[in-house]
Write a protein that binds this ligand. Structure first.
Ligand code: NAP
Length: 268
């Protein structure tokens, strides 16, 4: 799926000429980086593994004729976040896509506390720090857009992926509040809440997700939603799953999601 020319022009007009994409070497972040490159954006891209990051940067700049600056940094570390901010500071950068994140699964009592705390640092603390810096900058200049990654798991507790779902509930809540708070300053905040997407995510989270969308199916709907709404549930499968759950009482939703996640992770 490709962005229509009218959408490429709209994005460049509202948010160009530079964008930051974290988690840009795989899955949804990579797809969004490619779509923005195709629209003519210069990019700052971030992930931890330098070799993959450099290969992604080379491929994007060669294919689309844009400038790409790779920042190899672990967002779990405050120094990593600082490195991203310092790279972006001198650039005319008005669009931020915070896709770096990961999941964990299984029984909470059998999980590693260090891994779960690290997840909060990457999924929440780094996102908070980057959003704080860029929201202030964008509000001052009365222009900018920020896309945060929520999830279908963000709208109720999810047994067998409790901490990951809680991290996404935090992002969902942050995004929907900031969308209202920053609207008068001309800053667009979007929560993207996909259902299962085939990417590097499932392997790292140790989930076997069954039916999935591709990153290509969710990338364009996410970019089209920016500046038009504050929440997007990209793709038909995501919409069907989300709306099927919507009418159930919250306690029932938790149990249904527990059954689904139990199936993804071999837990009962
Ligand atoms: N896939 C799904 O089913 C799904 C559904 C709903 C929401 N989401 C959310 O969507 C976002 C993107 O997920 P995805 O499916 O595209 O995942 P993915 O394919 O696993 O990609 C994750 C990206 O983040 C980078 N990354 C991971 N940990 C990092 C860290 N500590 N510091 C910097 N970069 C890091 C990875 O590169 P390195 O490994 O080199 O660091 C990679 O580029 C995540 O926030 C995820 O929670 C995913």
């Amino acid at each position: 799926m490709r962005l229509p020319d009218s959408e490429k022009k709209r994005l460049m007009h509202q948010y160009g000429p530079w964008a930051l994409v974290t988690g840009a070497t795989s899955g949804i972040g990579l797809e969004l980086a490619m779509q923005l490159a195709d629209a003519g954006f210069n990019l700052v891209i971030n992930a931890r593994q330098m070799d993959t990051l450099q290969a992604t940067a080379d491929s994007l700049s060669k294919t689309y004729g844009i400038r790409v600056i790779p920042v190899a940094a672990d967002n779990a570390e405050p120094e990593g976040v600082e490195q991203i901010i310092e790279t972006c500071r001198p650039l005319d950068l008005n669009l931020v896509i915070l896709a770096a994140g990961y999941g964990t699964s299984g029984r909470f009592t059998e999980s590693s506390l260090l891994t779960e705390i690290n997840l909060l640092r990457v999924n929440c603390e780094a996102v908070l720090s980057l959003t704080h810096y860029f929201a202030q900058k964008f509000a001052r200049q009365q222009r900018g857009g920020i896309i945060l990654f929520s999830s279908i798991v963000a709208f109720q507790g999810v047994p067998f992926s409790a901490n990951y779902a809680a991290s996404k509930a935090y992002i969902q809540s942050l995004a929907e509040a900031l969308a209202v708070e920053l609207q008068p300053s001309g800053v667009d905040i979007l929560a993207a809440a996909p259902g299962p997407v085939a990417s590097g995510f499932a392997q790292r989270a140790n989930m076997n997700m069954g039916q999935t969308l591709t990153p290509q199916q969710v990338g364009v709907p996410i970019l089209k939603a920016l500046g038009r709404t504050s929440l997007v549930r990209p793709g038909l499968l995501t919409k069907i799953l989300s709306y099927a759950l919507m009418t159930a009482p919250r306690a029932l939703k938790v149990r249904i999601m527990g059954k689904i996640m139990g199936g993804f992770t071999g837990n009962k």
